[in-house]
Ligand binder design. Structure first.
Ligand code: AHG
Ligand code: MN
Ligand code: MN
Length: 310
């Protein structure tokens, strides 16, 4: 059902705050509503926070001004809730300490290179019950923001995956239920893999050729959040594979891979590093990367089988 009709039909639309009060424990609820509020501000600042800083993050990647702004905004407001035991970030060497019970790991801005081209990008959050770094088995929730044609917040705690959209009103935008109980469609339609095709390990290259042979369509915009968001709705697979030049891949377990694997699992999808479920990986450092395949279970199992036979 088109979004507009959906919003009109459901006159008693659930706002994010109503949903959180009714269904989500207080500590997670406070962190998620803080993320929603901060994302409105971050979206507003994107046009005036272009360009790079002189800094690099712990993965050795150049920091955009927007990376630093988003990190500062999310980290201080999350610690300020009093619900976070710590906030670890792709953009910080060490976690900020707090007095709460939830260990938050975040990629404050995923795909900042897409700002100047106005392509969808996002922010990713994992809510862990154990000191970081730790396995995705300690996740008690995960969320991601998409800065696209709509500003949306997609998350799961211990139940289904929901998406709320920021709807402009008289005052501040209100995050309103857009999609409830999201399940990855069984029939996969789209695929997108990062890195360069010539750099993918050989089983992945063979796998992608079979996808095109089955009529699946390439949908790749260059950001994990923007590309994954399409897989969640159309069915298919997103990957940042093991590369010949980077056998461990690029995306970080704690900040990116595990939170999105948690959401995928709650949408009846699957995740893998090529041999095991992303959620079972045990990172020894905060920024440890992993090869990553996420989406329709049948496709994830296929790529695992091809890698196992290499
Ligand atoms: P970030 O901006 O947080 O570093 O993430 C960028 C990531 C991810 O969004 C995307 O999937 C990947 O970089 C694309 O990498 P390549 O440009 O190497 O393909
Ligand atoms: Mn990222
Ligand atoms: Mn980032």
């Amino acid at each position: 059902m088109p979004v507009g009709a959906y919003l009109r039909v459901n006159k008693l639309l659930t706002s994010l705050d109503e949903h959180l009060r009714a269904h989500v424990p207080d500590n997670l609820s406070s962190l998620i509503s803080t993320i929603a509020a901060a994302s409105i501000d971050i979206r507003r600042t994107l046009p005036t926070s272009l360009g790079m800083t002189a800094g690099v993050n712990t993965s050795g990647e150049k920091q955009a001004r927007a990376d630093v702004y988003a990190n500062e905004k999310f980290a201080t407001s999350l610690i300020g809730t009093g619900k976070a035991a710590e906030v670890a970030s792709e953009e910080m060497a060490d976690a900020l300490q707090g007095e709460g019970s939830i260990h938050v790991a975040m990629d404050p801005l995923d795909g900042s290179s897409n700002i100047s081209t106005n392509n969808p990008l996002g922010s990713i959050f994992g809510f862990y019950s154990s000191k970081l770094p730790c396995s995705g088995e300690h996740l008690v929730g995960a969320a991601y923001v998409t800065y696209g044609p709509m500003l949306t917040l997609t998350f799961a705690t211990d139940g289904p995956v929901q998406t709320f959209a920021a709807v402009e009103g008289d005052g501040a935008p209100v995050f309103t239920l857009l999609e409830d109980n999201i399940h990855i469609p069984l029939r996969p339609e789209v695929f997108g893999l990062g890195g360069q095709r010539k750099d993918w390990i050989e089983p992945v290259e063979r796998f992608v050729e079979t996808l095109e042979g089955r009529g699946m369509k390439l949908r790749y915009g260059g950001t994990f959040v923007g590309d994954y968001n399409q897989v969640l709705r159309y069915g298919g697979i997103f990957g940042y594979p093991a590369l010949k030049s980077k056998p461990k891949g690029k995306l970080r377990i704690l900040y990116e891979a595990a939170p999105m694997a948690y959401i995928t699992a709650h949408a009846d999808g699957a995740s893998s590093d090529g041999t095991q479920d992303i959620l079972t990986l045990r990172p020894s450092t905060l920024a440890q990367p992993t090869p990553l395949y996420l989406g329709s279970e049948s496709l994830v199992r296929e790529v695992e089988a091809l890698i196992a036979r290499r």
